[in-house]
Design a protein around this ligand. Structure first.
Ligand code: BGC
Length: 269
C-alpha cells in the first residue's frame, strides 16, 4: 500500500516554519508539488530555506507571499498558483498565530489579529480552493476526490484555554467551518477535515518546552509523555490528503499524545 500524492498540487499556508514546513516537506516527499506560503517579506528567507531543502531532496515547489487574512492577497495567491501549476488539489489551512493575554486586557487588535489569520484566513483560502476544485472537476489520474482541504485546528477546538480566549475561539469556530464545508460539498467529492494537534515542539509554544521545568510541567498534560514533533503532523496530513483516506470527511482528528483524555483526571475528579 503506497501513499502517493503524485501529480497533485498542494498549497500549505504558513509553511515557512513549524508544522506547516513539516507538512510541506512530507507532501513533497510523497510526490506533490508544494506551495510554500509565507505572510510577509520578513519570513521570505525562512520560506526559501524550506523550498531549497525540498528541491535538494528531489521535490518540487514554489514560494508564494500572501497574508491569508487579506482577501485580495488570497485571491492573488490562487491566481499565481493556478497560473504556474494549472490547478490546486490540496489546501492545508495551516497559518495560525497566538496573541495571548488575560481576557480583561485583551485588545481589539489582539482579538482581530488572531481571528483574522486563524479563522478568516481559513475561510478565504477554503473559498478560493473550493471554487478551483469545482471548476476543474474530478481527474482520476490525480485523485479519486475532486479536492481535499485540511484545516489545522488544535486540541483547543474542544479544550478551553484561560488566557487565550481569541485563540480558543478561533479553533472552536474552525470545527463548524470544516463540518459545514464537508456537508455542503460532500456530493461534489470534496473532502474537508481538521487535524487537531496538541503540544507540538515549534516556535509558537517555545515557552512551554524551552526549559526542563516548563517541559516537565507540559508533560504532565500528555499521557504519552513526550512532546509532539512537526513530523508527526506531516505524516497524518499526507495520509489524510491521500486516496487511502477517501472515506474520511467532516472529521476532527486529534493528534496529541492523549492530551484530550484530560490527564489531570487520572488522579482527581
Ligand atoms: C497551541 C500551543 C499549545 C498546544 C497545547 C496549540 O494549539 O498553539 O501553543 O502548546 O495547543 O496546549
Amino acid at each position: 500500500m503506497e501513499i502517493s500524492l503524485k501529480n497533485q498540487v498542494a498549497i500549505i499556508t504558513g509553511s515557512s516554519s513549524g508544522i506547516g514546513a513539516a507538512i510541506a516537506k512530507s507532501m513533497a516527499e510523497s510526490g506533490a508539488s508544494v506551495v510554500i506560503n509565507y505572510p510577509s517579506e520578513n519570513s521570505k528567507d525562512k520560506a526559501a530555506v524550506i523550498l531549497k531543502e525540498i528541491i535538494d531532496s528531489g521535490g518540487t515547489g514554489m514560494l508564494c507571499q500572501c497574508d491569508v487574512s487579506k482577501e485580495e492577497e488570497v485571491i492573488n495567491m490562487f491566481k499565481e498558483v493556478t497560473a504556474n501549476y494549472g490547478t490546486v488539489d490540496i489546501l492545508v489551512n495551516n497559518a495560525g498565530i497566538q496573541v495571548d493575554s488575560p481576557f480583561t486586557e485583551m485588545t481589539m487588535s489582539a482579538w482581530n489579529a488572531v481571528i483574522g489569520v486563524n479563522l478568516t484566513g481559513q475561510f478565504l483560502c477554503a473559498r478560493e480552493a473550493i471554487k478551483e476544485f469545482l471548476k476543474r472537476g474530478i481527474n482520476p489520474s490525480r485523485s479519486v476526490a475532486c479536492g481535499k482541504i485540511i484545516h489545522i485546528s488544535s486540541v483547543h477546538e474542544i479544550i478551553p484555554w484561560a488566557g487565550h480566549a481569541n485563540y480558543a475561539s478561533s479553533k472552536g469556530a474552525i470545527r463548524m467551518l470544516m463540518q459545514t464545508l464537508a456537508q455542503e460539498y460532500g456530493a461534489d467529492r470534496i473532502r474537508v477535515n481538521s487535524i487537531c494537534p496538541g503540544a507540538i515542539q515549534t516556535p509558537i509554544n517555545k515557552n512551554a518546552w524551552e526549559t526542563k521545568q516548563e517541559l516537565d510541567s507540559l508533560l504532565k498534560l500528555i499521557p504519552y509523555n513526550r512532546i509532539g514533533q512537526p513530523q508527526d503532523i506531516g505524516n497524518l496530513a499526507v495520509f489524510l490528503a491521500s486516496d487511502l483516506a477517501d472515506y474520511i470527511t467532516g472529521a476532527s482528528i486529534f493528534i496529541d499524545g492523549g492530551m484530550t483524555t484530560f490527564e489531570s483526571f487520572s488522579t482527581g475528579g
